[in-house]
Design a protein around this ligand. Structure first.
Ligand code: M6R
Length: 626
């Protein structure tokens, strides 16, 4: 939700290389952060001699802002902030776009998050004669900061005082014409990282904001204020005490966050999937082949005594958790509950020191999941997070983290993170089975071999994608699509429906195929498209024939059937209008293959409908509000 970037550079405003100009640095950062929100965008610049902040903002995508700046160029500057918005308070209009100005136009503020007490603060400021131009909560923070700056006479201290007056979640960045080389940021339950340069420093919602310029980064903890100048990074906490950030080097480069010749980030990320699975598996065994998850710093005795696992996650990550439930229960004989993170803490869950809570999140910033993590830890549970984005908040607030190595996922619709999450959760399941003695090492070896065979099979499914795309193009008129799966493919069916909803704006629902006869079959009418994921005929679940019967049942009622079946499973041929073949794989590995035709179908249908594949309407990549 909202992308934030800040920059200050020593050499700027002189005769400098164009790429080091603050405006260009900030626009490049916004381009890379646009996946976080794209309702509007804006920039604010300061330099010595400015009596007012120079700014531009525009509703809609970043290209609209770029056009505004092209038409009315902004002056060179020494420090800049930029914002790309996912609207919360106030519609996506020009006026509500960030930055918001105060102190007679000498101060500019951008914000990510929600200020919950903004109404009372606004009332107080209105009483004091302050006027507001927008409907946003951010403008309240800007006016408050201006008031505190007037009394404190120091931007960092004013930001600190302001931060302690706000309730809710926020990252705030500010520039003031009195401090033309400085950007000040505050962080409370919303992401902010520092990029470390030479003679220049950066702030960003995530490292993508500055990855084009530096791979050296610094984590900030919660409730901290950071002040950057070209040569310094100073951190204090909300009490004013000095603090240190944790330095790290980003392990991917700017190219990883480019489309690399693909038509969309989603297309690229679908093609990244073999690598994402392989990289997530890499280095997780010792010389004798035992699973070794060094990152997991939870006491082994405690892991042996765990009597329940609760997976908390949202959206696609929750479906990955549901897939993992089947595997972990089967391998470890521990009950696994999977709960949507936003439901978890509001239902008084039964959680104690014997509970292992597994939080799954691509971004590591999803507020619902973060809040559930905190709740679980307050109840005494250990929390292990499975996260893709290094340096994000959820791993820092967890007892242990197992990183997925999918690389940056930019498209709003999650693809490679899903496969990497399943892979990491499977590794965790195998590790627990090994630790608790549920599986002999040769059994673990066999499972690992099955997993290691997956990247090549994923590649095969992707190569067959043209047929899926052709089918999608013929479905342009579809208004509703149903997805059926059983056992481990039930969450995959729901994931297929989610992809279609968010990308092609089509009504879509995923069902457990066995539930069909209990109601949903009434939806089947002449021509109703129904995707069915068929288990392997070799599956010991015995579900193959039952799902094939389900295909016949819907077809008998007029459905058009799109069947995902294993190579060589000729039993499905008579009942399928279209078949998407996937390579043979053990039952628990099938989700890693069956998800792919569903991703490609949704992407192509969105494309033929002329929709924005990477940035679907109303959405944002990381949901940092509850
Ligand atoms: O970053 P997270 O994995 O925590 O995000 C969770 C969901 O918001 C995310 O998976 C969302 O459902 C995707 N847009 C699905 O494609």
């Amino acid at each position: 939700m909202c992308g934030i970037v800040g920059y200050t550079g020593r050499q700027a405003a002189a005769a400098v290389e164009p790429s080091t100009r603050p405006l260009e640095v900030v626009m490049e950062g916004l381009r890379r952060l646009e996946y976080r929100g794209y309702d509007s965008a804006g920039v604010a610049l300061v330099a010595p001699g400015f009596d007012q902040v120079a700014w531009a903002k525009k509703s809609g995508k970043l290209s609209n802002l770029a056009a505004v700046i092209d038409a009315s160029p902004l002056p060179d500057a020494t420090a800049a902030i930029g914002h790309t918005r996912w609207a919360t308070h106030g519609g996506p209009t020009d006026l509500n776009a960030h930055p918001h100005l105060a102190d007679d136009g000498r101060l500019a503020v951008i914000h990510n998050g929600i200020i919950e007490n903004f109404a009372e603060l606004k009332a107080e400021l209105l009483d004091q004669g302050v006027t507001f131009l927008s409907e946003t909560d951010t403008e309240v923070a800007a006016q408050l900061l201006a008031r505190n700056y007037r009394s404190a006479g120091n931007l960092t201290e004013a930001m600190r005082i302001t931060a302690t007056m706000l309730r809710g979640t926020f990252t705030l960045l500010a520039v003031h014409t009195d401090n033309p080389h400085t950007v000040v940021g505050a962080r409370h339950d919303s992401p902010l990282v520092v990029g470390i340069g030479e003679g220049e420093n950066f702030l960003g919602s995530d490292v993508a904001a500055f990855i084009a310029y530096t791979k050296e980064a610094m984590e900030l903890a919660q409730d901290q204020i950071v002040t950057i100048t070209p040569d310094s990074i100073d951190i204090i906490d909300f009490t004013g005490a000095r603090a240190e950030g944790k330095r790290y080097t980003v392990d991917w480069d700017a190219n990883a966050a480019e489309k690399g010749g693909f038509s969309s980030f989603m297309d690229k990320e679908i093609h990244d999937q073999p690598q994402a699975v392989a990289d997530t598996l890499r280095g997780r065994t010792d010389a004798s082949g035992h699973i070794q998850l060094d990152e997991i710093r939870i006491d082994e005795a405690l892991l042996r005594s765990v009597d329940k696992i609760i997976v908390i996650a949202c959206g696609t990550a929750a479906y990955a958790g549901q897939v993992a439930k089947y595997a972990i229960e089967h391998w470890c004989r521990i009950p696994v509950e999977v709960e949507l993170a936003h439901e978890f803490r509001y239902r008084d869950p039964i959680v104690d020191a014997q509970t292992l809570v597994v939080a799954i999140s691509q971004s590591g910033e999803t507020m619902d999941t973060l809040m559930a993590v905190r709740h679980a830890r307050e109840q005494g549970a250990k929390v292990l997070s499975i996260v893709n984005a290094h340096g994000s908040t959820i791993p820092r607030e967890s007892d242990a983290v197992l990183y997925t190595h999918a690389g940056p996922e930019i498209a709003v619709a999650s693809t490679k993170a899903f496969l990497a999450q399943i892979t990491a959760a499977y590794l965790l399941g195998m590790y627990l089975a090994q630790l608790r003695g549920n599986k002999f090492s040769d059994e673990i070896d066999a499972l690992l071999r099955e997993l290691r065979a997956i990247p090549e099979k994923v590649e095969t499914v992707i190569q067959r994608g043209e047929y899926v795309k052709a089918t999608a193009r013929s479905m342009k008129q579809a208004t509703s699509v149903l997805f059926l799966g059983r056992h481990v493919s039930y969450p995959v069916a729901m994931e297929g429906a989610l992809k279609l909803k968010e990308l092609a704006y089509i009504h879509a629902e995923g069902f457990a195929a066995g539930e069909l006869k209990h109601g949903p079959i009434a939806l089947i009418d002449e021509g109703q498209p129904v995707f069915v994921i068929v288990p392997s005929p070799r599956s010991r679940t015995g579900l193959h024939s039952k799902v094939v019967s389900n295909i016949q049942e819907v077809r008998a009622r007029g459905a058009k059937t799109f069947v995902i079946a294993e190579d060589g499973d000729d039993t499905v041929v008579p009942y399928a209008d279209e078949i998407f073949w996937i390579p043979q794989a053990p039952t628990l590995m099938q989700p890693l293959l069956a998800a792919i035709p569903l991703q490609i179908f949704a992407m192509e249908l969105a494309t033929v409908k002329g929709l924005d594949v990477d940035q679907p309407r109303n959405l944002a990549k990381s949901v940092t509000v509850e």
